[in-house]
Design a protein around this ligand. Structure first.
Ligand SMILES: Nc1ncnc2c1ncn2[C@@H]1O[C@H](COP(=O)(O)OP(=O)(O)O)[C@@H](O)[C@H]1O
Ligand SMILES: O=C(O)C1=C[C@@H](OP(=O)(O)O)[C@@H](O)[C@H](O)C1
Ligand SMILES: [Mg+2]
Length: 164
């Protein structure tokens, strides 16, 4: 059984919808950011602060590569993960990458007051530009694109009927 990876911009709902989908299908759930935090023994903001973004990206790559040893999982990636070709290449061809395509305005309202390091260091305009650039990368990486502006329950049910 293949893994299903959710990708998309910060705040698009990868973690929330991934958890619901796993609960609905009884599949194992993995949040890559959570795996990175467990492995590093610190939060992502701390990791960025103490060791810099590149250290986080290297740990993120290792977390994606480690998925090769897992099967049948629902995986929420972090917003940057599927924008790096080395990470997309590390995903097994049997696994499915789904892009949760939520409008920038919706994502922004959800993340603006959060402690995500990329949000804290960027202006709203910089985030919008990052959204546009990354959207093209998500479209390239994913084999399924799902409009994300709906309730977590509706999205999880839609996923279930569409993907299984
Ligand atoms: N479909 C949704 N409808 C309403 N709120 C949502 C939805 N998806 C996520 N949220 C809220 O938005 C915030 C960010 O969601 P999260 O799942 O952490 O996004 P991501 O993992 O893509 O960064 C959370 O507070 C969450 O409760
Ligand atoms: O977009 C990014 O580069 C990041 C997104 C975050 O995950 P979410 O997309 O779940 O917020 C987390 O991986 C880290 O803060 C970096
Ligand atoms: Mg998340």
């Amino acid at each position: 059984m293949n893994n299903i990876l959710l990708c998309g911009f910060m705040g698009c709902g990868k973690t929330t919808v991934g958890k619901r989908l796993a609960a609905l299908t009884g599949r194992e759930y993995i949040d890559l950011d959570h795996e990175i935090e467990l492995e590093a023994g610190m939060t992502i903001p701390e990791l960025f602060e103490r060791f810099g973004e590149q250290e986080f990206r290297d740990r993120e790559h290792a977390a994606v590569a480690a998925l090769a040893r897992r099967i049948g999982c629902i995986v929420s990636t972090g917003g940057g993960a599927m924008t790096f070709p080395r990470n997309v290449s590390a995903v097994s061809p049997d696994d499915r990458i789904v892009f949760l395509d939520t409008p920038f305005e919706v994502c922004y309202e959800r993340i603006r007051d959060s402690d995500r390091p990329i949000v804290r260091r960027s202006t709203p305009n910089e985030l919008r530009r990052l959204f546009e650039t990354r959207r093209a990368a998500y479209q390239t990486a994913a084999s399924v694109i799902l409009p994300g502006d709906d309730t977590p329950d509706n999205l999880a049910h839609f996923f279930e009927t569409y993907l299984f």
